[in-house]
Design a protein around this ligand. Structure first.
Ligand SMILES: Nc1ncnc2c1ncn2[C@@H]1O[C@H](COP(=O)(O)OP(=O)(O)O)[C@@H](O)[C@H]1O
Ligand SMILES: [Mg+2]
Length: 667
């Protein structure tokens, strides 16, 4: 194991070699991880920001996306810009008021506005005493303050409202789109990646509206106002003072360019650390049983100290940056006082102007840093938008053909005609399969693991489309049927039951929209679930916990069967529904499965002889090909693989109901 010192040395080396691209340290060996979405373990992290170092779309295209996103919000955006401009003006008042006080009130001169007033009471009031002028100035300051506070109130609330609404609508779009993407595409994004796209990337994206549009408008406006005032006051003084600004900005950019990738890198490291912690504790039993606590802890320590070194290193750079600012900013002030003071002594500049100049020139730094920040944050915003667009531009799962037909009540006769399929182009998982499943019949598919059984039912459920050949429902190619209608004919019961975090009632109700309570209880009874549900503390209102972790495997499976019974499908797919259960639980479930299979076209993948024996047809699948097919008796007469399996294993046991096929012993 490498020490943290060695790792840090490597890190510095990479930094020096310029393995920086954009705002990220390109480290070919480092695991790719998400910004702290924190979900899932070490292996489910990934994709997200680490996935791509370069943008997939051009910045132009991405900025164009903001136009699309802001449709319907133009009014709000313009209002925000207007507010930014007004608040700039208000912020500029105090120094000018101070100048008026110094140059007029304190030297007992009437304020310049007095000359614009028509002779009358007001003019008299102003000329009466300098205190009146001072009072007027104070009132002006108070007014500016009140306007400033109200404006910032409006600005903050309006921009937050806009952000929340934009983020929500973007999230809505993403959510809808993701739910429709093909399974193969979703497999590319890992869970952590999807979560971070939907949650944090969307927030980042909407931040871009401020950074790309609102902030620059306000900042540029304020900058121009200040520049004009400074130049108008004394352009020579301006030229002298401004000469220090470019080097300051350059130093800032120079150091900042080095800091950013390190900040990102530190963030990544923290992500890795947190996923290691979550991994350690979700897999604590594995860790303990292999006695890996110590080595895990050591590795954790090394990573921690590496993080400390990196953090300290960035602190040093950060200090440099701060020092740069704290040298240059006072320097500007000093130069103004020196050169400006000379001008005052020569009578070329008023004292008030000098004070005002000093204040405004420092205020100039505000919009400059704001611009720098906004542009830099915009990079991040665009990075997130890039990932969001990547999802939104994927074509949804199998759009319906133009002439796709609706099916209402099919007989559910399924025919597979010479179908082939592979998940990847050069892979063949299903190899020229022909099968005919009459309406209401049961087909059992058996074969060793990895032979393509699950893939076959994935094709029948049209989670994927066949590469060649066709699947027909009542004689119609399923690709010519509207997908939603087709899927409505199905229910699937799978080996790894997925329950949602909710009550038992809600989980069963997932099978059919608008099912009422008596339907649900009815289904639970048929699935042999009613009794154990009632025995629970809150009955049907018992929460099942995350993924149903508060229930046993057999209980979960019975709930999923109840869900399928409630759905009342024409076609039923059972993929090793009972494989992970012990014999007793399996027996209980067997009865509910028989109930479920009655009068439906069923495709069952099972290891239990009793289920297989009574199927109308048994297909033996080996390496994607059907090597034997027929009824139990026919296959036994055939003296092939099935016969071999049966004689080898069944004869040793008397009770076929208890026996599973163990293919590894046969082949
Ligand atoms: N999503 C996937 N992407 C790529 N290959 C897959 C995928 N799912 C399964 N496979 C491969 O397809 C083959 C058949 O898998 P599967 O249909 O799950 O077999 P079975 O259900 O009979 O055990 C295996 O070699 C497996 O590695
Ligand atoms: Mg399988």
């Amino acid at each position: 194991m490498k020490s943290s010192r060695a790792r840090f040395k490597e890190f510095r080396q990479k930094l020096r070699q310029g393995l920086l691209k954009g705002d990220r340290l390109i480290d070919p060996d480092a695991p790719r991880i998400d910004p702290p979405a924190g979900q899932g373990g070490r292996h489910s992290m990934g994709s997200g920001s680490g996935e791509k170092h370069t943008f997939k779309y051009s910045k132009r295209h991405l900025l164009g996306q903001y136009r699309v996103m802001l449709r319907g919000y133009y009014g709000a955006v313009f209002a925000l810009m207007a507010v930014a401009i007004v608040s700039s003006v208000v912020a500029l008042t105090p120094p000018y008021v101070l100048k008026l006080a110094i140059d007029y009130v304190f030297v007992h001169k009437p304020l310049p506005i007095v000359h614009h007033l028509s002779p009358g009471n007001l003019r008299h009031w102003f000329s009466d005493s300098p205190s009146h002028g001072l009072l007027a100035l104070v009132l002006a300051l108070i007014a500016a303050e009140i306007i400033g506070v109200s404006i910032s109130w409006i600005r903050v609330l309006a921009s937050q409202k806009l952000n929340y609404r934009l983020a929500a609508s973007l999230r809505q779009r993403l959510h809808e789109h993701l739910a429709q993407l093909p399974l193969s595409q979703l497999a590319e994004y890992r869970t952590g990646g999807i979560i971070s796209r939907v949650m944090s990337d969307t927030d980042q994206v909407v931040g871009g509206v401020q950074n790309a549009i609102v902030n620059p408008v306000g900042a540029i406006f304020r900058m121009i106002c200040i520049l004009l005032i400074l130049i108008a006051t004394n352009w020579k003084l301006f030229a002298v003072a401004a000469s220090l600004i470019p080097p300051l900005v350059l130093i800032h950019l120079f150091i900042f360019r080095r800091l950013r990738p390190m900040w990102r890198n530190i963030q990544d490291d923290r992500g890795i650390l947190s996923s290691r912690v979550s991994d350690l504790f979700s897999g604590i039993r594995v860790v303990r049983s292999f006695r890996r606590e110590r080595s895990e802890h050591k590795e954790f320590g090394a990573r921690q100290y590496l993080l400390v070194r990196k953090q300290y290193f960035t602190s040093i750079l950060g200090r440099l940056l701060a020092t740069g600012w704290s040298i240059f900013v006072p320097a500007i002030g000093i130069i103004i006082i020196w050169y400006g003071g000379e001008l005052v002594l020569q009578g070329k500049l008023k004292v008030g102007d000098l004070v005002m100049f000093e204040t405004y020139s420092l205020m100039l730094l505000g919009p400059i840093t704001q611009m720098i920040d906004s542009l830099q944050n915009l990079q991040q915003n665009l990075g997130s938008l890039d990932r969001v667009c990547d999802v939104l531009n994927q074509t949804p799962d199998m759009p319906d053909r133009e002439k796709a037909i609706a099916v209402a009540n099919p007989l559910a006769h399924i025919e597979l005609r010479d179908i082939s399929f592979g998940y990847k182009p050069d892979q063949t998982v299903i190899d020229h399969i022909n099968l005919d499943i009459p309406a209401g019949a049961t087909l059992a598919v058996v074969g060793p693991s990895g032979s393509g059984k699950t893939t076959l039912v994935n094709l029948i459920a049209r989670f994927y489309d066949v590469r060649s050949g066709a699947i027909l429902l009542d004689g119609v190619d399923i690709r010519d049927i509207r997908l939603a209608d087709y899927r409505r004919q199905f229910a699937m019961v799978l080996q790894d039951v997925y329950l949602f975090d909710g009550t038992i009632m809600e989980n069963i109700a997932f099978g059919r929209r608008n099912a009422n309570e008596s339907d649900i209880i009815d289904a639970a009874k048929k699935a042999n679930a009613h009794d154990f549900v009632l025995a629970m503390e809150k009955g049907y209102q018992t929460p099942v916990g995350e993924r149903g972790n508060k229930l046993s495997g057999g209980q979960k499976q019975r709930i999923s069967i109840a869900r399928a019974i409630l759905a009342d499908p024409r076609i039923l797919i059972l993929d090793e529904a009972t494989s992970s259960l012990d014999t007793r639980a399996e027996k209980l479930i067997q009865q509910s499965l028989v109930e479920l299979m009655r009068d439906r076209t069923t495709i069952v993948i099972a290891h239990r002889l009793s289920t297989i024996m009574h199927a109308d047809c048994i297909a033996v699948l080996v390496e994607g090909k059907i090597v034997e097919q027929g009824t139990h008796e026919q296959l036994l007469d055939n003296h092939g693989i099935y016969h071999m399996m049966f004689t080898q294993q069944f004869e040793r046991h008397r009770d076929p109901a208890l026996e599973r096929i163990e293919w590894e012993k046969v082949l």
